[in-house]
Ligand binder design. Structure first.
Ligand code: NAD
Length: 507
């Protein structure tokens, strides 16, 4: 049983050594259904005592799991993938219930999560080492990838299924054990999925869950048993995790926040651009690290695009995602986050940007859920807070510029470096942008260039702290360490030198 019903609500349990157990925490965080504002569970804010138990179980499990042949470890992933598909609707419904995404957005995010499992199924091929015979006379050399031990993952609220799955299918299949700390705001989806891993045949203790906030994270960063930490969340916390984790000798990959620029050239296909920009800015209510949050139309692209975008976004329907009605956009995750986003909108107004579409007036905001409609600021300037800071809500700011160089200059000044997109029909513009924009994930006529599982999630600057990114080949490198073996073979007493039989016959 993943939760205990108490008089004050359902409390999430920890998963330690294959058992769901109670946390020793005395404080809790409420988990909301953001569509209704109701509390649906409580997350224990555990710390070192809970983590010690998880580390002990994970370490014991690691010693046995690393000896399981890699093809057998991969077979667990094949079964896990089938179970994820069989429970697809249930997982997506849980994502919607605790996060607020529309059901189609939740399903798409679960699909992305399943793709990481598909990638992990191929790890027997991808984890192979390298070898070379006779690297010096009679000396052969090889590298073999070994797992590193107990790994931990610390997740954000915005993708309850997908982001944790960026981490643990890869870590586990490489032979590590794993401790996940889901976001305390959305812990429930990870708990459903954990039961599927068990059903897939994963031995007890290879995958564990602890719950909490800062105390729990600090315990992870300081625990000597944990060798590697994967983090996804805001930039301030990512930097903190990287600094404290590496100071304690751990490997750390820490993905941070973002401000993703979308440049629209006058030669772009305006109809398609408007649709793509709307989906990029307002999909998942803007709570995506790859959401297009800053539009930079070049020259006459502004007049050709902005009125249409405002008109089209104004028609988006906003409402509860947990019912039978199909709204285009759901709520934000919490009342606290909604207040933060509304605060930034007020700041944008005060700093002089022009509100072209005001999502605060949406009808849905009158209910108890945490709703805000699509909001567009026109005539924003590069030094405004709404242009410089991540908002992480359905707010798109528009900075009008004269040419591509000016658009690239806005990007150069941006401290983040996750994604950036250009809409153009000119190969030359696309190439200039791809070569010179200061970000790690580039889209050319693609609204949200979030890489699929086979590629790393290559954020730059303040959007990533570490060396090896999450997912893809870098994910495998992160969760393994190489051992090089050099072997000298003494000269055989009798020569066994190969002679080509045809040459031998002729001579
Ligand atoms: P967050 O940084 O508030 O929380 C992320 C995790 O850090 C949570 O598990 C939380 O418990 C923990 N945490 C929070 N405060 C802490 C503290 N003071 N000390 C130690 N740990 C702490 O992020 P969030 O609000 O859950 O998620 C949204 C953020 O995540 C956005 O900035 C978004 O851009 C970012 N994000 C980035 C990517 C990426 O790939 N770069 C992907 C998804 C989300």
């Amino acid at each position: 049983m993943v939760a205990t019903k108490t008089s004050t609500g359902t409390v999430c349990k920890l998963l330690v050594g294959g058992e769901w157990i109670d946390s020793s925490a005395s404080e809790y965080q409420s988990v909301y259904n953001p569509s209704s504002g109701e509390v649906i569970a409580r997350t224990p804010l555990g710390g070192k005592a809970d983590l010690d138990k998880a580390c002990e179980a994970a370490y014991k499990a690691f010693l046995e799991w690393k000896e399981v042949p890699i093809v057998e470890r991969a077979r667990v992933m094949f079964r896990f993938k089938a179970l994820m598909e069989a429970h697809y609707d249930e997982i997506a419904a849980c994502v919607t219930r605790e996060h607020g995404k529309t059901i189609s957005e939740a399903k798409a995010s679960v699909q992305r999560a399943i793709e990481v499992v598909e990638f992990a199924c191929g790890i027997p091929s991808l984890m192979m080492g390298e070898s070379m015979e006779n690297i010096a006379r009679n000396v052969d050399c090889e590298t073999i990838r070994h797992p590193i031990g107990v790994c931990a993952g610390i997740a954000p609220f915005n993708f309850p299924a997908m982001v944790p799955l960026w981490m643990y299918p890869i870590a586990i299949t490489c032979g590590n054990s794993f401790i996940l700390k889901p976001s305390e705001r959305v812990p429930l989806t990870s708990m459903i999925i954990a039961d599927l891993l068990k059903e897939a045949g994963l031995p007890n203790g290879v995958f564990n869950i602890v719950h909490g906030g800062k105390d729990c994270v600090d315990a992870i960063l300081d625990h000597p048993t944990i060798k590697a930490v994967s983090f996804v969340g805001s930039t301030t916390i990512a930097k903190y995790i990287y600094t404290r984790g590496t100071a304690n000798g751990k490997r750390v990959q820490a993905a941070g926040g973002a401000k993703n620029h979308i440049i629209i050239m006058p030669d772009a296909d305006m109809e398609q651009t408007v649709q793509a920009l709307q989906a990029s800015a307002f999909g998942c209510a803007g709570e995506r690290c790859m959401a297009g949050s800053l539009a930079i139309p070049v020259g006459e692209a502004a007049e050709a695009m902005i009125p249409h975008l405002v008109q089209s976004a104004a028609k988006m329907t906003v409402g509860p995602t947990d019912g039978s009605a199909n709204f285009d956009m759901g709520p934000l995750v919490s009342a606290e986050h909604l207040a933060k986003v509304r605060g930034l909108i007020e700041k944008g107004e005060k700093e002089g940007a022009q509100v072209a579409l005001d999502g605060r007036t949406t009808e849905a905001a009158k209910g108890k859920g945490f709703f805000l409609g699509p909001t567009i600021f026109d005539h924003a300037k590069p030094d405004m807070t709404i242009v410089k800071e991540e908002i992480f809500g359905p707010v798109l700011s528009v900075v009008r510029v004269g040419d591509l160089d000016e658009a690239l200059a806005v990007g150069r000044d941006c401290p983040f470096g996750n994604g950036a997109v250009i809409y153009t029909n000119s190969g030359r513009n696309a190439r200039e942008f791809k070569r010179h924009f200061n970000a790690g994930m580039i889209g050319i006529n693609v609204g949200v260039p979030a890489p699929m599982a086979w590629f790393p999630f290559t954020g730059w600057n303040n959007s990533f702290f570490g060396d090896l990114h999450i997912q893809g080949s870098e994910g495998i490198q992160f969760y393994t360490q190489q051992k090089m073996t050099m072997t000298r073979w003494f000269e055989p007493k009798t020569s066994k030198t190969f002679q080509d039989p045809i040459w031998k016959a002729k001579n």
